[in-house]
Write a protein of this length. Sequence first.
Length: 361
Amino acid sequence: MNIETDFNSSVNSSVLNTIKQQTGATTITQIELIQSLWSGYGELFRAHLSGSEYDSVIVKHIKLPIMESQGSTTTQSHPKGWNTALSHQRKIKSYQVEFHWYQDYANQCSPDNRVPKCFYLEQDGDDCLLILEDLVTVGFNKVLTQADDIAIRACLKWLGNFHGQFLFQNPDFQHLDSTKQDKEVSNHLHLKLWQKGTYWHLDTRPDELAALTDPKLKAAARHIDTALSSTPFQTLVHGDAKLANFCFSNDHQQAAAVDFQYVGQGCGMKDVALLLSSVLKFSENESQITQWLDDYFRELVISTKHHQPHICTDKLVQTWRPLYSIAWADFQRFVKGWSPNHFKINPYTEALTAKALAQLK
Protein backbone atom coordinates (compact mmCIF):
# COMPACT_ATOMS: atom_id res chain seq x y z
CA MET A 1 0.00 0.00 0.00
CA ASN A 2 1.33 3.40 -0.95
CA ILE A 3 0.20 5.27 2.13
CA GLU A 4 1.50 8.62 0.90
CA THR A 5 -1.10 8.38 -1.89
CA ASP A 6 -3.89 6.51 -0.12
CA PHE A 7 -3.85 8.70 2.99
CA ASN A 8 -3.29 11.97 1.16
CA SER A 9 -6.92 12.96 1.65
CA SER A 10 -6.72 12.59 5.44
CA VAL A 11 -3.09 13.52 6.12
CA ASN A 12 -1.67 16.49 4.27
CA SER A 13 1.31 15.61 2.07
CA SER A 14 3.32 18.47 3.57
CA VAL A 15 2.80 16.91 7.00
CA LEU A 16 4.08 13.56 5.72
CA ASN A 17 7.12 15.26 4.20
CA THR A 18 7.83 17.11 7.45
CA ILE A 19 7.68 13.84 9.41
CA LYS A 20 10.22 12.25 7.08
CA GLN A 21 12.52 15.26 7.10
CA GLN A 22 12.52 15.63 10.87
CA THR A 23 12.99 11.93 11.65
CA GLY A 24 15.36 11.06 8.82
CA ALA A 25 12.93 8.46 7.53
CA THR A 26 13.07 7.34 3.92
CA THR A 27 9.49 6.06 3.97
CA ILE A 28 6.39 6.23 6.13
CA THR A 29 5.23 2.62 5.98
CA GLN A 30 1.96 2.96 7.85
CA ILE A 31 -0.25 5.57 9.47
CA GLU A 32 -2.34 4.47 12.41
CA LEU A 33 -5.06 6.83 13.61
CA ILE A 34 -5.11 6.86 17.41
CA GLN A 35 -7.98 9.28 17.84
CA SER A 36 -9.60 12.42 16.56
CA LEU A 37 -9.01 15.33 18.88
CA TRP A 38 -11.81 16.56 21.13
CA SER A 39 -14.65 18.28 19.21
CA GLY A 40 -12.97 17.75 15.84
CA TYR A 41 -9.86 19.89 16.35
CA GLY A 42 -7.50 17.59 14.48
CA GLU A 43 -6.09 14.13 14.92
CA LEU A 44 -3.50 12.13 16.82
CA PHE A 45 -1.79 9.38 14.85
CA ARG A 46 1.20 7.05 14.88
CA ALA A 47 3.53 7.12 11.90
CA HIS A 48 5.56 3.94 11.34
CA LEU A 49 8.91 4.72 9.77
CA SER A 50 11.56 3.07 7.64
CA GLY A 51 15.14 4.32 7.42
CA SER A 52 14.93 6.33 10.65
CA GLU A 53 16.48 5.75 14.07
CA TYR A 54 12.88 5.75 15.32
CA ASP A 55 10.57 2.84 14.51
CA SER A 56 7.58 5.13 14.93
CA VAL A 57 6.59 8.57 16.18
CA ILE A 58 3.39 10.11 17.50
CA VAL A 59 2.06 13.04 15.54
CA LYS A 60 -0.45 15.51 16.91
CA HIS A 61 -1.86 17.66 14.13
CA ILE A 62 -4.08 20.43 15.47
CA LYS A 63 -6.38 22.09 12.96
CA LEU A 64 -8.49 24.73 14.64
CA PRO A 65 -11.93 25.10 13.05
CA ILE A 66 -13.54 28.36 12.05
CA MET A 67 -16.43 28.99 14.42
CA GLU A 68 -19.80 30.17 13.12
CA SER A 69 -21.41 32.14 15.91
CA GLN A 70 -25.11 31.76 16.70
CA GLY A 71 -25.63 34.09 19.62
CA SER A 72 -23.67 32.70 22.56
CA THR A 73 -23.21 29.28 20.94
CA THR A 74 -21.46 27.97 17.84
CA THR A 75 -22.09 25.27 15.27
CA GLN A 76 -19.01 23.32 16.41
CA SER A 77 -20.06 19.97 17.93
CA HIS A 78 -19.39 19.02 21.54
CA PRO A 79 -20.20 15.67 23.23
CA LYS A 80 -21.91 17.35 26.20
CA GLY A 81 -23.43 20.25 24.33
CA TRP A 82 -21.09 22.90 25.73
CA ASN A 83 -20.46 24.32 22.25
CA THR A 84 -19.93 27.96 23.13
CA ALA A 85 -17.54 30.61 21.87
CA LEU A 86 -15.90 30.54 25.32
CA SER A 87 -15.36 26.78 24.99
CA HIS A 88 -13.71 27.35 21.60
CA GLN A 89 -11.38 30.01 23.00
CA ARG A 90 -10.46 27.79 25.94
CA LYS A 91 -9.60 24.99 23.53
CA ILE A 92 -7.42 27.31 21.41
CA LYS A 93 -5.60 28.38 24.56
CA SER A 94 -5.13 24.76 25.62
CA TYR A 95 -3.37 23.87 22.38
CA GLN A 96 -1.15 26.94 22.66
CA VAL A 97 -0.25 25.86 26.19
CA GLU A 98 0.57 22.34 25.05
CA PHE A 99 2.76 23.74 22.28
CA HIS A 100 4.74 25.77 24.86
CA TRP A 101 4.89 22.79 27.20
CA TYR A 102 6.63 20.66 24.58
CA GLN A 103 8.75 23.59 23.46
CA ASP A 104 10.06 24.62 26.88
CA TYR A 105 9.41 21.94 29.50
CA ALA A 106 8.88 18.39 28.26
CA ASN A 107 12.53 17.59 27.60
CA GLN A 108 13.44 18.84 31.10
CA CYS A 109 11.38 16.17 32.87
CA SER A 110 13.35 13.66 34.89
CA PRO A 111 13.23 9.90 34.18
CA ASP A 112 10.98 9.53 37.25
CA ASN A 113 8.24 11.62 35.64
CA ARG A 114 8.54 10.38 32.08
CA VAL A 115 6.81 12.23 29.25
CA PRO A 116 7.21 11.96 25.47
CA LYS A 117 10.27 13.74 24.15
CA CYS A 118 9.51 16.41 21.61
CA PHE A 119 11.34 15.93 18.30
CA TYR A 120 9.78 18.77 16.33
CA LEU A 121 7.06 21.39 16.51
CA GLU A 122 5.79 24.12 14.26
CA GLN A 123 2.88 26.50 14.16
CA ASP A 124 1.42 28.03 11.03
CA GLY A 125 -1.66 30.13 11.61
CA ASP A 126 -4.41 27.87 12.95
CA ASP A 127 -2.39 24.70 12.30
CA CYS A 128 -0.01 23.23 14.85
CA LEU A 129 2.14 20.16 14.33
CA LEU A 130 3.87 18.18 17.09
CA ILE A 131 6.14 15.21 16.39
CA LEU A 132 6.68 13.30 19.61
CA GLU A 133 8.42 10.22 20.91
CA ASP A 134 6.27 7.10 20.70
CA LEU A 135 6.25 5.83 24.28
CA VAL A 136 5.44 2.31 23.05
CA THR A 137 8.96 2.11 21.60
CA VAL A 138 10.57 2.80 25.00
CA GLY A 139 8.59 0.30 27.05
CA PHE A 140 5.35 2.12 27.90
CA ASN A 141 3.09 0.00 25.74
CA LYS A 142 0.05 -0.43 27.99
CA VAL A 143 -3.00 1.83 28.14
CA LEU A 144 -5.48 0.81 30.81
CA THR A 145 -9.21 1.32 31.09
CA GLN A 146 -9.18 -0.07 34.63
CA ALA A 147 -6.29 0.32 37.03
CA ASP A 148 -4.99 -2.24 39.50
CA ASP A 149 -3.24 -1.22 42.70
CA ILE A 150 0.17 -1.37 41.02
CA ALA A 151 -0.90 1.00 38.25
CA ILE A 152 -2.49 3.46 40.69
CA ARG A 153 0.72 3.58 42.70
CA ALA A 154 2.73 4.10 39.50
CA CYS A 155 0.56 7.10 38.59
CA LEU A 156 0.87 8.54 42.10
CA LYS A 157 4.63 8.04 41.93
CA TRP A 158 4.70 9.93 38.64
CA LEU A 159 2.65 12.78 40.11
CA GLY A 160 4.78 12.97 43.24
CA ASN A 161 7.96 13.18 41.20
CA PHE A 162 6.49 15.68 38.74
CA HIS A 163 5.16 17.98 41.44
CA GLY A 164 8.42 17.80 43.38
CA GLN A 165 10.54 18.67 40.35
CA PHE A 166 8.51 21.76 39.48
CA LEU A 167 7.66 22.85 43.02
CA PHE A 168 8.20 26.43 44.13
CA GLN A 169 6.98 28.75 46.86
CA ASN A 170 4.42 31.31 45.86
CA PRO A 171 6.17 34.71 45.71
CA ASP A 172 3.01 36.35 47.10
CA PHE A 173 3.89 34.83 50.47
CA GLN A 174 6.84 36.18 52.44
CA HIS A 175 8.42 32.99 53.78
CA LEU A 176 11.94 33.05 55.12
CA ASP A 177 13.02 30.30 52.75
CA SER A 178 11.42 31.85 49.66
CA THR A 179 14.05 32.53 47.00
CA LYS A 180 14.52 34.67 43.93
CA GLN A 181 14.62 31.49 41.90
CA ASP A 182 11.09 30.60 43.00
CA LYS A 183 9.81 34.00 41.90
CA GLU A 184 11.46 33.65 38.51
CA VAL A 185 9.90 30.21 38.05
CA SER A 186 6.44 31.51 38.96
CA ASN A 187 6.72 34.51 36.66
CA HIS A 188 7.83 32.31 33.76
CA LEU A 189 4.93 29.91 34.27
CA HIS A 190 2.48 32.76 34.04
CA LEU A 191 3.80 33.76 30.63
CA LYS A 192 3.26 30.57 28.62
CA LEU A 193 1.29 27.99 30.57
CA TRP A 194 -2.06 28.25 32.35
CA GLN A 195 -1.76 30.68 35.22
CA LYS A 196 -4.02 28.25 37.06
CA GLY A 197 -3.80 24.71 35.71
CA THR A 198 -6.57 22.09 35.23
CA TYR A 199 -9.33 21.96 32.66
CA TRP A 200 -12.02 22.65 35.25
CA HIS A 201 -10.52 25.85 36.68
CA LEU A 202 -13.26 28.17 37.93
CA ASP A 203 -12.37 31.23 35.85
CA THR A 204 -12.57 29.20 32.63
CA ARG A 205 -15.91 27.53 33.52
CA PRO A 206 -18.52 30.26 34.08
CA ASP A 207 -21.17 28.41 32.06
CA GLU A 208 -20.87 25.29 34.20
CA LEU A 209 -20.94 27.40 37.36
CA ALA A 210 -24.11 29.12 36.18
CA ALA A 211 -25.70 25.70 35.59
CA LEU A 212 -24.74 24.41 39.06
CA THR A 213 -27.83 23.79 41.19
CA ASP A 214 -26.06 23.05 44.49
CA PRO A 215 -26.45 26.40 46.30
CA LYS A 216 -23.87 25.76 49.04
CA LEU A 217 -21.21 24.59 46.61
CA LYS A 218 -21.99 27.41 44.21
CA ALA A 219 -21.68 30.01 46.97
CA ALA A 220 -18.35 28.53 48.09
CA ALA A 221 -16.84 28.17 44.60
CA ARG A 222 -14.62 31.23 44.80
CA HIS A 223 -13.55 30.43 48.36
CA ILE A 224 -12.56 26.91 47.27
CA ASP A 225 -10.56 28.25 44.32
CA THR A 226 -8.80 30.77 46.54
CA ALA A 227 -7.87 28.12 49.11
CA LEU A 228 -6.09 26.10 46.41
CA SER A 229 -4.45 28.98 44.54
CA SER A 230 -3.26 30.81 47.66
CA THR A 231 -1.44 27.91 49.28
CA PRO A 232 2.21 28.99 49.67
CA PHE A 233 3.44 25.87 47.88
CA GLN A 234 2.68 25.80 44.17
CA THR A 235 3.88 23.53 41.41
CA LEU A 236 3.12 22.58 37.85
CA VAL A 237 -0.02 20.46 37.74
CA HIS A 238 -0.64 18.18 34.78
CA GLY A 239 -4.21 19.46 34.70
CA ASP A 240 -5.84 16.34 33.22
CA ALA A 241 -4.15 13.52 35.13
CA LYS A 242 -6.79 10.88 34.50
CA LEU A 243 -5.96 7.21 33.93
CA ALA A 244 -6.44 7.53 30.15
CA ASN A 245 -3.53 10.00 30.00
CA PHE A 246 -0.99 7.54 31.39
CA CYS A 247 0.90 4.80 29.57
CA PHE A 248 2.35 1.85 31.49
CA SER A 249 5.08 -0.73 31.32
CA ASN A 250 4.01 -4.36 30.91
CA ASP A 251 4.06 -4.96 34.67
CA HIS A 252 2.26 -1.64 35.37
CA GLN A 253 5.03 -0.56 37.74
CA GLN A 254 6.19 2.38 35.61
CA ALA A 255 4.00 5.12 34.19
CA ALA A 256 4.50 7.94 31.71
CA ALA A 257 2.07 10.79 31.08
CA VAL A 258 0.71 12.39 27.93
CA ASP A 259 -1.69 15.22 26.98
CA PHE A 260 -0.49 18.49 28.48
CA GLN A 261 -3.16 20.91 27.28
CA TYR A 262 -4.06 22.04 30.79
CA VAL A 263 -0.67 22.13 32.47
CA GLY A 264 -0.08 25.15 34.66
CA GLN A 265 0.42 26.47 38.15
CA GLY A 266 -1.49 24.91 41.03
CA CYS A 267 -1.68 22.76 44.12
CA GLY A 268 -0.70 19.15 43.51
CA MET A 269 -3.84 17.90 45.23
CA LYS A 270 -5.79 18.86 42.12
CA ASP A 271 -3.98 16.22 40.08
CA VAL A 272 -4.30 13.63 42.84
CA ALA A 273 -8.06 14.16 43.14
CA LEU A 274 -8.54 13.96 39.36
CA LEU A 275 -6.47 10.79 39.11
CA LEU A 276 -8.40 9.07 41.89
CA SER A 277 -11.68 10.19 40.33
CA SER A 278 -10.67 8.17 37.26
CA VAL A 279 -9.62 4.96 39.04
CA LEU A 280 -11.83 4.63 42.11
CA LYS A 281 -14.79 2.27 42.16
CA PHE A 282 -16.05 4.42 45.05
CA SER A 283 -16.45 1.35 47.22
CA GLU A 284 -12.86 1.30 48.53
CA ASN A 285 -12.12 1.34 52.24
CA GLU A 286 -10.97 4.69 53.57
CA SER A 287 -7.76 3.00 54.72
CA GLN A 288 -6.93 2.08 51.11
CA ILE A 289 -7.33 5.66 49.92
CA THR A 290 -5.27 6.90 52.86
CA GLN A 291 -2.52 4.46 51.86
CA TRP A 292 -2.53 5.79 48.31
CA LEU A 293 -2.22 9.34 49.64
CA ASP A 294 0.68 8.20 51.81
CA ASP A 295 2.33 6.75 48.70
CA TYR A 296 1.93 10.03 46.85
CA PHE A 297 3.34 12.16 49.67
CA ARG A 298 6.30 9.82 50.12
CA GLU A 299 7.23 10.30 46.45
CA LEU A 300 6.59 14.04 46.67
CA VAL A 301 8.96 14.38 49.62
CA ILE A 302 11.70 12.35 47.92
CA SER A 303 11.42 14.39 44.72
CA THR A 304 11.26 17.73 46.54
CA LYS A 305 14.36 16.96 48.59
CA HIS A 306 16.20 16.10 45.38
CA HIS A 307 15.02 18.95 43.14
CA GLN A 308 14.16 21.71 45.65
CA PRO A 309 16.30 21.08 48.76
CA HIS A 310 15.62 24.56 50.15
CA ILE A 311 11.90 23.76 50.63
CA CYS A 312 10.78 22.35 53.97
CA THR A 313 8.98 19.12 53.12
CA ASP A 314 7.31 18.87 56.54
CA LYS A 315 5.61 22.21 55.92
CA LEU A 316 4.72 21.13 52.41
CA VAL A 317 2.93 17.96 53.54
CA GLN A 318 1.21 19.73 56.43
CA THR A 319 -0.05 22.38 54.01
CA TRP A 320 -1.19 20.17 51.15
CA ARG A 321 -2.71 17.17 52.89
CA PRO A 322 -5.76 19.04 54.27
CA LEU A 323 -6.35 20.40 50.75
CA TYR A 324 -7.25 16.94 49.41
CA SER A 325 -10.93 17.43 50.22
CA ILE A 326 -10.77 21.03 48.95
CA ALA A 327 -9.43 19.81 45.61
CA TRP A 328 -12.25 17.28 45.38
CA ALA A 329 -14.81 19.99 46.11
CA ASP A 330 -13.30 22.10 43.34
CA PHE A 331 -13.69 19.25 40.86
CA GLN A 332 -17.17 18.44 42.19
CA ARG A 333 -18.23 22.02 41.48
CA PHE A 334 -17.31 21.51 37.85
CA VAL A 335 -18.82 18.04 37.43
CA LYS A 336 -22.16 18.95 39.03
CA GLY A 337 -22.53 21.92 36.71
CA TRP A 338 -21.25 20.11 33.61
CA SER A 339 -23.01 16.75 33.93
CA PRO A 340 -25.25 16.61 37.02
CA ASN A 341 -26.01 12.88 36.64
CA HIS A 342 -22.36 11.84 36.34
CA PHE A 343 -21.28 8.72 38.25
CA LYS A 344 -18.49 10.73 39.91
CA ILE A 345 -21.20 12.46 41.93
CA ASN A 346 -21.69 9.87 44.67
CA PRO A 347 -21.63 9.49 48.47
CA TYR A 348 -17.81 9.55 48.60
CA THR A 349 -17.40 12.73 46.59
CA GLU A 350 -20.36 14.40 48.29
CA ALA A 351 -18.89 13.60 51.72
CA LEU A 352 -15.53 15.06 50.72
CA THR A 353 -17.25 18.16 49.39
CA ALA A 354 -19.19 18.57 52.65
CA LYS A 355 -15.93 18.17 54.57
CA ALA A 356 -14.31 20.87 52.42
CA LEU A 357 -17.18 23.28 52.96
CA ALA A 358 -16.94 22.72 56.70
CA GLN A 359 -13.17 23.37 56.61
CA LEU A 360 -13.72 26.67 54.84
CA LYS A 361 -16.23 28.08 57.31
